[in-house]
Structure formats: structure tokens, C-alpha cells
Design a binder for this molecule. Structure first.
Ligand code: DHB
Length: 530
């Protein structure tokens, strides 16, 4: 049964009869008692999903079980807020598979992969005038000369034409709905020079897009209770934040101004590839982990590195992390050991066991810091850290000269870049008592999933997929494992893996990711056999 909202003054969605009865005393109780009915978004509603306004497209997706031919409906440039600041960014594309290997598929109740292309905390364009911009970290099928995670000369931020993404392709081939939201970012600047994409714009936009999906659930393909977000690097951080901050009222005022749908913004699962997150504690973590193998040998930097690192144990203690397998409390004294035994050795073993005997011997000869028992690797944390080295200078995130992407993320409408830690603020100002303005501290919290997890995780996604390369030193490994462990400690289902020897942006098991989505939702993917 479909009911227009104007009739009942109700918000769109799927409602049970019991809910209807309390709203409308005059309805026929007996006939409704066992029914679910649907309240449709009205067609003059700017947030109404345009069911019949699509083009059809097709592609062939290569999988390990053969090529899969997918025909899908493409809904482009759906603006997901009623009052956009810039609809080129606050819009999304929706892809709905209709035929897979020649067979019709029913997408009424399939998972929704919500895949952001955000990189570098830059804007991600969904412009109807053609897409250009920053390829996300980890992109592999780029035009010649384009480096993932960087902006080609003369190109405005957003998505590059023709770029495809392994997760979204495989999701389509599995029969899932794919949503690709644009979002504002730190580079967005109006004609008058003001910035309109600084923190927390990107997360507010992604929440608004999730709300659009839930608001239109009754008329949209896909099950909005099965939204799985995914992103890499800054996109991974935003995916984690989306997963940790569901329905948090701290974002309400921002969402209201944009005319976001009045709807739930919790998600079912959060997939975070190399998330550059917990920015407020990223510098102390980086120095604690890599300081001993400092890239810059100058004494002043070593002194500063030691000072920064000295704040890490107290921060770690405040998280009260308990290790897996009865490890007990994780402390600054045992954390490296925990990382080695829980994450690094299993990662190395998976890699080494998959090699031929000859290839393994060659690898081990070139990596003498690794001992091999015949079935398991062993090595020390310090040898591992010396091997991977540090990529970034000091401070890695809150740069003294305000040159880091994160400084720019925490700018405001008139200032491009600001400090966002007390340490750098004090160092630069020379005022040892300086503290961030309280409005800035609020913004830092609004960008940090750890802030919401520490508060009890009430709006957290129940399922998490966390991936990171063992050679990725864009952030400290502790940032990734603090996220994973704090979620585990909150009883969440967390699937974590380090890809051995992989760098920033890696995604080495995308088919496992798609299978995991089926497993956590209980959805049976469409058969992919031709
Ligand atoms: C990204 C990488 C970084 O090292 C960083 O500090 C912020 C963002 C990225 O690739 O998105």
C-alpha cells in the first residue's frame, strides 16, 4: 500500500501498521493490522529519488571466476540536499544492476555499497558538466602520468573521467546497488575567495547522502539498512567517521542548514582502507612509532620528536584498550609486541606461505631480518620499523608551516589553514600555555571517529572492514590498530588485515570484501557464472 505524505503529514519510509494506527485513528484497523505500508516521498520534493530518470549502461567485470557482464541503470547527479552550497559536489550517482550475465536481477533488497572517491581531504566532484579531478589513492587504471592521490597539473579536484574502482565494479557484478557520492573538500573556494569545504563539510555531506538513501528507501532499489561505506586514505577516514558517528546530534545544525532529509544516518558497515584518521593524536603516534628511525637526523628534530612521542603513553592509557586473545591491557610498553604478534606476523605468514619455495628463499635472503621456521616468520618490532622507515617529516600532520593537508582541512571560511594540535600551536606561537580555540577543538572532534567510539559507540556500525599496507607509513600503524581495537572492545564485528609489503592505498582482497558484505547481510549474491 502506498500513501502520499501530504495525506498523513508523515515522513517517507516503510512503516508498520502499528505505527500507522497511532497516527491515524480513523483507519480501518482490521485491514491494516497485518500490513506494512509505504509512505512515498512526493514528486515535488527536491529529495525525491527520480525512479524513472536513468540511462542504461553496461560493463564487463573481470573476476577470479570469470568475466561478468553487467547491465545497470545509471542515475546521475542526484542532489542529496534541498539547499546545496554547491550541487556539483553535493550530488551522487547511483548504479542499479538490472541484468547480470543475461539474467534479470531483483535489486529490491540488496546491499548498497556507498563508495567515496575522496582523497587528500580534497573535494570530490559529481559535476554534471563532466568529471575531473583527484584520483583516489590506490587507483590503478589511471591515464598515463597520473599519480594516485595527487592532483594532475591544471585539473580541478574530483573524479577523473573513465576511472573505475575495483570495489564498485565487483559490487555491481554481485548485484549490489552502488552509490558514488560527491562531497565538499578543503580546496573548495567561492568566487569571492571564501572557503566552503573545510571541516566538517565532507562528513556532513556524506551523512546527508546516507539520509537521502534512507529517506527514499521505499522507492529506491537496495536495502538502506544495509549501507556499507568504503573509502581509502582520507576517504577511509571519512568512512570510519561515518561508521562511528551515526545519528550524532552534533551534526544536526549543519545538516539542517543544507536541507538534508530528516532521516537516520547510521550505516550497517564501514570499510576503511588506510584511514588517515585520529588527526589530533596522529603526530604523537607517528613520533612514538617512527621517531627512532627518524628521516631527519637533525638534533632539534630528535628533541621535538621525543617531546611529541612522550604524550602517546597517556593517550594510549586513556583508550583503555584490551588486546585480542586474552592479551590483556595494551600499554606503551607492550604495544609493539602486540602489533608484531597480532598483525604483522600473520600478515608476513600469509604472504610468505603463498610464495613458491624458491621465491620464499629469494625473499628471505633479501630480508635477513626475518627468520623463517618453515611455517612462520619471526622478527622484532625495531627491525620491522627500520625496514619500513618513515615517509613523513616532523610534524607529520600539524605542520609548523601549515603546509599539510590536515592544516588546510581545519581552515575556516576565510583562513586556508590552521593548527589543530596544542603541540604545534605552542611550538609556533612560543606560548607554552596556548590552547586551541574551543570551536576548533569541536571541529577536531567532529572529524574523529575515536571521539565517538570513546563515548560508547551508540551510533556505530556493527560491522567493520579495516585494511592497511604493512609498508604504508602515511600514518602510524597504531592509528589503525587503535581504531580496530577500540571497536573490538565495544563488541563490534571487526575484520582487520595488513597487506604485507603493501604501501598506501592498497586493496588486495576486493573479492573477499564483496563476499564479506554478503556474509554480514545474509544476502545471497547473484550467480556470476555465465
Ligand atoms: C592522504 C594521505 C595523507 O598522507 C594525508 O596526510 C592525508 C590524506 C590521502 O591519500 O588521502
Amino acid at each position: 500500500m502506498n500513501i502520499q505524505p501530504t495525506t498523513l503529514g508523515m515522513i517517507p519510509g516503510k512503516w508498520t501498521a502499528a505505527a500507522a494506527l497511532t497516527e491515524t485513528g480513523t483507519m480501518n484497523i482490521l485491514s491494516l493490522a497485518t500490513q506494512t505500508f509505504t509512505v512515498l516521498a512526493s514528486t515535488d520534493d527536491p529529495l525525491h529519488f527520480p525512479v524513472n530518470d536513468y540511462t542504461e549502461a553496461s560493463k564487463t567485470v573481470t573476476t577470479t571466476s570469470g568475466d561478468v557482464a553487467v547491465t545497470y541503470r545509471l542515475y546521475e547527479h542526484l542532489t542529496y540536499v534541498a539547499h546545496p552550497v554547491d550541487a556539483d559536489y553535493q550530488s551522487m550517482n547511483v548504479k542499479v544492476p538490472v541484468r547480470i550475465n543475461g539474467k534479470d536481477v531483483d535489486t529490491t533488497n540488496v546491499p548498497i555499497l556507498f563508495a567515496t572517491s575522496i582523497g587528500g581531504y580534497m573535494s570530490s566532484s559529481n559535476a554534471s558538466s563532466g568529471r575531473t579531478g583527484t584520483p583516489p589513492a590506490g587507483s590503478t587504471d589511471l591515464p598515463p602520468g597520473v599519480v594516485p592521490g595527487t592532483l594532475p597539473p591544471g585539473v580541478v579536484p574530483g573524479m577523473l573521467p573513465g576511472m573505475s574502482n575495483r570495489n564498485t565494479d565487483l559490487a555491481l557484478a554481485a548485484g549490489y546497488v552502488v552509490v558514488e557520492p560527491g562531497a565538499r573538500g578543503r580546496d573548495n573556494q567561492a568566487a569571492d575567495g571564501t572557503y566552503y569545504g573545510k571541516a566538517p563539510a565532507a562528513i556532513v555531506d556524506l551523512k546527508a547522502a546516507v539520509r537521502y538513501l534512507r529517506y527514499n528507501d521505499a522507492i529506491m532499489p537496495g536495502n538502506a539498512n544495509w549501507i556499507v561505506s568504503a573509502g581509502s586514505s582520507a576517504g577511509g577516514a571519512l568512512s570510519a567517521l561515518l561508521g562511528a558517528s551515526g545519528n550524532n546530534p552534533l551534526y544536526d545544525s549543519y545538516l539542517k542548514v543544507l536541507g538534508a532529509a530528516e532521516a537516520d544516518d547510521r550505516i550497517f558497515a564501514s570499510a576503511d582502507f588506510c584511514p588517515i584518521t585520529d588527526l589530533e593524536h596522529a603526530d604523537m603516534s607517528y613520533e612514538w612509532e617512527f621517531g627512532a628511525v627518524a628521516r631527519n637526523g637533525a638534533l632539534v628534530l630528535q628533541t621535538l620528536s621525543t617531546q611529541m612521542a612522550s604524550a602517546f603513553p597517556a593517550y594510549l592509557a586513556s583508550l583503555n584498550l584490551q588486546g585480542r586473545n586474552n592479551f590483556g591491557a595494551i600499554t606503551a610498553d607492550n604495544y609493539l609486541q602486540y602489533l608484531v604478534q597480532t598483525y604483522l606476523i600473520p600478515s608476513a605468514n600469509k604472504y610468505l606461505l603463498a610464495l613458491t619455495d624458491d621465491a620464499r628463499t629469494t625473499y628471505l635472503t633479501a630480508h635477513t631480518w626475518i627468520s623463517w621456521s618453515g611455517s612462520s616468520a619471526s622478527f622484532s618490532a625495531s627491525d620491522y620499523l627500520a625496514y619500513v622507515g618513515r615517509k613523513k617529516g616532523l610534524p607529520a600532520f600539524d605542520a609548523f608551516d601549515l603546509s599539510a593537508p590536515e592544516n588546510s582541512l581545519f581552515g575556516n571560511s576565510t583562513i586556508n589553514a590552521r593548527h589543530f594540535t596544542n603541540f604545534s600551536l605552542r611550538q609556533v606561537s612560543g606560548d607554552t600555555n596556548a590552547v586551541l580555540d574551543s570551536d576548533l577543538q569541536t571541529l577536531v572532534n567532529l572529524m574523529n571517529p575515536m571521539y565517538f567510539i570513546a563515548q560508547g559507540c551508540s551510533g556505530c556500525a556493527p560491522h567493520w572492514w579495516i585494511r592497511h599496507g604493512s609498508k604504508d607509513t602515511d600514518t602510524a600503524l597504531t592509528v589503525i590498530t587503535n581504531l580496530a581495537t577500540s571497536l573490538e572492545n565495544q563488541g563490534k564485528d571487526v575484520n582487520t588485515r595488513l597487506y604485507w609489503d603493501a604501501g598506501h592505498g592498497a586493496n588486495e582482497d576486493p573479492e573477499d570484501f564483496i563476499a564479506w558484505i554478503a556474509q554480514i547481510t545474509g544476502y545471497q549474491p547473484a550467480s556470476t557464472s555465465p
